[in-house]
Write a protein that binds this ligand. Sequence first.
Ligand code: SAM
Length: 286
Amino acid sequence: MTEEFAALYVVATPLGNLGDLTRRAEEVLRSVPWVAAEDTRHSGPLLRQLGSPARTLPAHRHNEHEAAARIVDRLRAGEAVALISDAGTPGISDPGARIVAAVRAAGCRVIPLPGACAATTALSASGLPDEHFLFHGFLPSKAGQRCKAIEELRGQSCALVFYEAPHRVLETVADLAAVLGERTLVIARELTKLFESIHSGPLTAAVEWLKEDPNRQRGEFVLIVSGAPAQGNDAEGERVLTLLLAEGLPVKQAARLAAAISGAAKNALYERALALKDCGSSASVA
Ligand code: SAM
């Protein structure tokens, strides 16, 4: 094995459809002596199907430090290592970044093999005209922290891309609607799999849409929200309103003052203040 070949190959694997494994990924997984996998049991069937003789070593969120040391040892011994996660691209809401950093710091080569990624797959079919996007991945699981994280993204004019699990999709969509208001939401579910579905509609109607059919809440999700509308009185009104509410002013008073300061409509700000107060109360989505 040449020194050139003794690199860490960061290999994207399919999200659900084996046909999405690239030829190059196949070649690397068949020829490397080591595969570092997020879950060696999960990746076993893929490696067996490819006829890969590689030995596996675990590289998950809780052992990335030790895994990195083992991988650097293998690379220094002149052996190539492929890094894979359960699905998609390693390092994208998946372990991998620390390993890559350690391998680089050790002076070894890192070679990325592009391929499946749920975020870009969903974006490509979203039809959202936003020129830019912000990939956020998973929002916090606790309601308060989640609303705060969404609030921090509210002014972004680019599309916002989130990952979400089925047991939290309803509450996350409810919080997105409460904080972001009128936007377009694309719900990309089970991409590349049998029950793939891509729905696009108003964010404020999305909770009802999800509730209409329990199957719509099953599987794996990418949520894409269109960017913030152009700034104007309304945006300024919301900004002031949020500040006043954070200072503890009652809803009515905050809406009145925000309207007076910004010139935005008082009634709309009052509705908005009520929605913001509601954010995170899971009762509304139970
Ligand atoms: N590294 C992966 C990638 O490149 O997309 C992401 C891994 S992250 C742990 C798993 C999350 O990705 C899921 O909870 C879901 O939000 C999203 N995801 C993965 N596969 C998906 C699919 N087939 N359809 C929709 N979303 C998917």
